[in-house]
Design a binder for this molecule. Structure first.
Ligand code: IVH
Length: 668
């Protein structure tokens, strides 16, 4: 069907509107329209694109998440090397650096632009004629890795630049930092903790780990942000100072950190450093110093670089956020999966604006390695600003009265035996009905991102577990008003509200239910992938580790914990009970598309795809790939030099497709 010109025009209008709304929302943080209005326009665009797929362009706001999981990252050479920065730590060192800059330039004063040094990872975005065509990591500075598909999922990264004075540059290589805000990092770690996944040590690691994912859908679920601060090659745009660079990038629609200052004297540089240092904890992101850059590009060229670092810029680092305090005790916490975590109870101490009174010691090996003892004076640090960390004991302050920590032989919560499974660092309480485990698993089940049972908070759960009203997750759905009314501070109205919320949660989505079960390693994103792939909890429970590993984003470790979870009779019983009590997930997203529910077989060599990529493409659309032709097979895809499968398919009357037809079918 030819595209009516009206439709084409509307599609373009919608894209321009959405692009502008996205810019105001994600980059400027100043929404222009209500969420409902935005959603309506977005849906209208999506519907039109579904109706006229030939109108879809890669820069459409609907196309952030596309492509298929990669098997490796392609190397990308940087046309202009991505340099690193020299550091300095004291104002004397800064004075020396400035003196050298002025000496080399034979001038008496230089203008500097100062910016916070962001603690993330640097990337390059290539815009050709205003369109984002390539995104890469810094790598070793000369060659990075192609992470275009992942960078496209960051909402702050424009897929298309706005014209400035009616023009877009022919070529623009934008450089900047991908980072994660502290609050988002904490949220991500909380989610991972609940899912029994390893935690990220700090926002920087979380950002790096999230960007280097082979499956862009995982990156899309991570709260990454971006700030632009530098350029590589530029064509069709005049940039001669850093001030101009920052303002122009901003006009082009790129996110630029509003915190920067043009300093005309070194005293001004020092003053701004002092300001940033004192405001450091107010910024939503981590910053470990201030970057001082010569403003004039002409002077940068004169100064040049040494050993992969420019002479025209320096990172003036902030002092570490450390303090000393005493370890009053080392206690043990029991988590949902029964893991025992030693935690240092500290004499409260302020570490750059935040009072720290507890610090995790991770596990027994870690306590031994650091040799932290009860009564020790220790150095604590807010690593990544949030999780306080015990750096080391101050051995010179030991009196001899300190006591070594021993992992208890019995669970501090239930008195059950504690074991350390072979090859694991963690000690566990094996008692499935340990109140600590029950409490934690119910907390997780009821939490906002899981079953979202409002009113069933931590305190109430503790009371209900103590009173024996909750012994396992399914007991939530057995609660009666009379049970609740006996609790302190529980009136008729709040009891009814809670029961209503519990009732409502019975229709939670499949992905929430999968997440709520708290299977080790299964976080929200994985739960979403599993819900897309399996139509019901029962179907997921039937899956073998092999089936599971075939799903992009599911590694061998997760596959085996999922299979173990459903192999456990206790968990099977829980599933049955939940179903019997009316917990039936609603509206699992059906995987539409031409391949949903179909089985395909490949023969011969494909030109444009590896077998693995082809399989992922099919699976991404809800299909399955088998190795042999049988009556159950729906389609045979024939590459070059096919084998006997073609004959076999013909005999069974199974339709065949060549590579081009196959790709068309996938819309790829
Ligand atoms: S300018 C050649 N500006 O610091 C100078 N870098 O240690 C180009 N960084 O690789 C970089 N914030 O990842 C610049 N405002 C900022 C920065 C910044 C963080 C990072 C960047 C770079 C590293 C060097």
């Amino acid at each position: 069907m030819p595209v009516p010109p009206m439709v084409q025009a509307r599609v373009e209008e919608l894209r321009a509107l959405i692009r502008n709304y996205d810019y105001h929302y994600y980059v400027l943080d100043q929404p222009l329209v209500s969420d409902a209005e935005y959603d309506r326009l977005f849906r209208e665009l999506k519907d039109l694109e579904n109706q006229y797929p030939e109108l879809v362009t890669p820069d459409s706001p609907t196309q952030r998440l596309g492509g298929v999981p990669a098997t490796t990252f392609r190397p990308v050479p940087h046309a202009v090397p991505m340099l690193s920065l020299d550091n300095c730590f004291t104002s004397e060192e800064l004075v020396e650096w400035d003196a050298r800059v002025r000496r080399l330039l034979s001038v008496s004063s230089v203008e500097y632009v100062c910016e916070p040094k962001l603690d993330g990872l640097s990337v390059e975005l290539v815009y050709e004629q205003g369109f984002l065509t390539l995104g890469s990591t810094r790598g070793d500075g000369s060659t990075g890795e192609d992470v275009t598909a992942n960078l496209r999922t960051i909402k702050q990264v424009p897929l298309r630049l706005f014209p400035v004075n009616g023009v877009v540059p022919a070529l623009l290589e934008v450089r900047g930092e991908v980072y994660m805000e502290r609050a988002a990092f904490q949220g991500l770690n909380r989610e991972r903790e609940r899912a029994g996944q390893p935690l990220f040590a700090n926002p920087r690691n979380a950002a790096a780990g999230s960007l280097r994912q082979l499956d862009p859908r995982i990156t899309a679920g991570r709260p990454l942000k971006f700030f632009a601060y530098h350029v590589g090659r530029v064509e069709g745009l005049e940039l001669s100072t850093q001030v101009q660079l920052l303002t122009t990038l901003s006009q082009l629609g790129l996110p630029v950190n509003p915190v920067w200052r043009l300093c005309r004297t070194l005293a001004e540089v020092q003053e701004f450093y002092g300001e940033l240092l004192s405001r450091r904890n107010e910024f939503p992101y981590d910053t470990d110093g201030m970057v001082v850059k010569v403003n004039e590009f002409a002077w940068r060229a004169v100064l040049g670089e040494v050993a992969r670092a420019p002479r025209w810029a320096i990172a003036y680092k902030f002092p570490a956020q450390e303090a000393t305090t005493r370890v009053l005790d080392i206690v043990v916490q029991v988590g949902r999966t029964g893991v025992l975590t030693p935690v240092a109870v500290l004499e409260p101490v302020e570490v750059s604006g935040v009072t720290v009174s507890r610090a995790t010691l991770h596990n027994e090996d870690e306590v031994r390695r650091k040799d932290v003892r009860i009564g020790d004076w220790v150095l604590v640090r807010r690593a990544g600003e949030v999780i306080p960390e015990v750096v080391k004991p101050l051995l010179e302050r030991r009196s001899g009265a300190e006591r070594e920590f021993r992992m208890p032989q019995r669970c501090p919560e239930c008195g059950g035996p504690v074991v350390r499974p072979e090859g694991e660092v963690a000690h566990r309480c094996e008692n499935l009905s340990c109140p600590a485990r029950i409490r934690q698993s119910i907390r997780h089940f009821a939490s906002r991102r899981a079953a979202d049972i409002q009113g069933l908070g931590d305190k109430l759960i503790d009371q209900l577990v103590e009173n024996g009203l909750l012994r396992k997750v399914s007991d939530i759905y057995r609660l009666k008003k009379a049970d609740l009314l006996v609790l302190e501070r529980m009136g008729d109205k709040s009891a009814q509200n809670l029961l209503d919320q519990i009732e409502k949660s019975k229709g939670m989505s499949l992905e929430r239910l999968i997440f709520a079960l708290g299977i080790q390693h299964v976080g929200e994103t994985a739960a979403q992938l599993l819900a897309e792939r399996f139509s019901s909890l029962e179907a997921l429970a039937q899956a073998s580790p092999m089936d599971l590993q075939g799903i992009p984003g599911v590694g061998p470790k997760m596959a085996s914990t999922i299979a173990d979870f459903f192999a456990n009779p206790e968990n099977r019983r829980l599933m049955e009970e939940l179903r019997a009590l009316g917990v039936v997930p609603s509206g699992t997203r059906p995987r539409g598309g031409p391949l949903a529910g179909k089985t395909l077989v490949f023969t011969g060599t494909l030109r444009s795809l590896t077998r693995e990529e082809a399989r992922r493409l099919v699976e991404a659309q809800g299909g399955r790939v088998a190795s042999a032709v049988s009556r159950k097979v729906d389609l045979l895809v024939v590459g070059s030099d096919p084998g006997s499968k073609v004959e076999e398919a013909r005999r069974l009357g199974i339709p065949t497709l060549d590579e081009a037809e196959f790709r068309r079918l996938l819309g790829y």
